[in-house]
Design a protein around this ligand. Structure first.
Ligand SMILES: Nc1ncnc2c1ncn2[C@@H]1O[C@H](COP(=O)(O)OP(=O)(O)OP(=O)(O)O)[C@@H](O)[C@H]1O
Length: 372
């Protein structure tokens, strides 16, 4: 039976070093939940605490209502898939998948039935008598997945399972994993530092930095309404501008350094006149206009569907010193393709603008939640 995972005020230290200062998160039963963050932020550490390979210094982890802190790893009924497959090279595909069932002394007839079923789900039936050395990376990862779920674990944990595969296979395998997870309906915690993979595969994502969860939300929310500047820049590209709030009567505006103002209808009550803010705009949310942000094209890159332009915009951007704007132009809809040296004026789609406190720590857009 699949379970919910409740992580409550968990602390992880290695000697004097605190890796996870105080982390709480609830992962729902049957959910595909991703831990996403830069290298060293503590994703694997948290996963290892759930598995039982790492001690928990404070707080507790529950599977449904049962505290598992002191349950040894092998009794937590967890299926795991790692980056390096970890399948036995001397056993055939079928024998690899049977392994966990044999350990659990499952009767032959029941075992055969379960293995047949799972080989079909992960689509490796036709390779069942092969040794792993005669399989591609993607096929080996399917074996690892089959072996992990055949035991009907309470949760499935996956640590960067696709990072050894090439780009095309990663895309193919991520839908295969999602498919299998949905069919089996098992609570899954997935670790990756690849933001596109996280957006594509997850029900919800927790974005982590320095052992602290920055935001938990659905992929669309995380992308369109980031809770702080870190999330806004870690997921996809964001142009960050210095600006301020300007209140005129009941109306609220954001004002760029060059005096360009945009009326905003979705700012929180926290904003006040002349408040310094950080404005974040995705490259695809600009259009070319006669009024807005004046820029000059410094560089352009053709990316198939899009052209990505790098534009000069000195002294007005931040985090870290960011001298230029990025702007994406959908080639299919472009009336004119611009050249290096051309001057253009960009107007952002105000409904897609994000505004943060000056230090970038908090969103000033109404109803943005840190935890969804
Ligand atoms: N056994 C250990 N002893 C001391 N420090 C450790 C140990 N294991 C991990 N760390 C440190 O804890 C921090 C978090 O590591 P962790 O492996 O959880 O990061 P991660 O987010 O999974 O990174 P990556 O994406 O690179 O795998 C790192 O700074 C790492 O150096």
């Amino acid at each position: 039976m699949s379970v919910a995972i409740n992580v409550e005020n968990v602390v992880k230290k290695y000697g004097d070093l605190t890796i996870i200062p105080n982390l709480s998160v609830n992962i729902k039963n049957g959910e595909f939940f991703t831990l996403l963050g830069p290298s060293g932020c503590g994703k694997t550490t948290l996963l290892r605490m759930i598995v039982g390979f790492n001690s928990i210094e404070e707080g507790h982890i529950k599977f449904d209502d049962t505290i598992i802190n002191n349950i040894p790893a092998h009794k937590r009924n967890i299926g795991m898939v790692f980056q390096n497959y970890a399948i036995f090279p001397h056993l055939t595909v079928r024998e690899n998948v049977e392994y966990g069932l044999k350990l659990r002394k499952v009767k032959k007839e029941e075992m055969d039935k379960k293995v047949d079923e799972i080989l079909k789900v992960v689509k490796i039936e036709e390779y069942q008598d092969r040794l792993p050395e005669r399989l591609s990376g993607g096929q080996q990862q399917r074996v690892a997945l089959a072996r992990a779920i055949v035991i009907h674990p309470s949760v499935l944990l996956m640590d960067e399972p696709l990072s050894n595969l090439d780009a095309k296979l990663r895309v193919e395998m991520r839908s295969a994993i999602r498919d299998v997870q949905e069919k089996v309906g098992i609570t899954t915690v997935y670790v990756t530092h690849d933001q596109e993979e996280a957006l594509a595969i997850s029900d919800r994502i927790a974005v982590m930095k320095d052992g602290i969860i920055q935001q938990v939300g659905k992929p669309h929310t995380i992308y369109t309404r980031p809770a702080n500047v870190f999330v806004s820049t870690f997921i996809g590209h964001s142009n960050l501008f210095r600006g301020k709030i300007s209140l005129i009567g009941q109306e609220k505006f954001i004002e760029f350094k060059n005096g360009y103002k945009i009326k905003m209808d979705n700012l929180t009550e926290r904003v006040h006149d002349q408040m310094e803010v950080c404005i974040s705009i995705r490259p695809e949310e600009f259009s070319i206009c006669t009024e807005g942000i004046k820029t000059k094209i410094k560089n352009k890159t053709f990316l198939g569907k899009y052209i990505n332009y790098e534009l000069n915009f000195e002294d007005q951007m931040i985090f870290p010193e960011q001298p230029s704007i990025e702007f994406s132009q959908d080639v299919g809809h472009a009336e004119k393709i611009y050249e290096v040296g051309d001057e253009i004026i960009l107007k952002p789609n105000k409904y897609k603008i994000n505004v943060f406190t000056e230090d970038g720590s908090e969103s000033l857009i109404k109803d943005v939640k840190k935890y969804e």
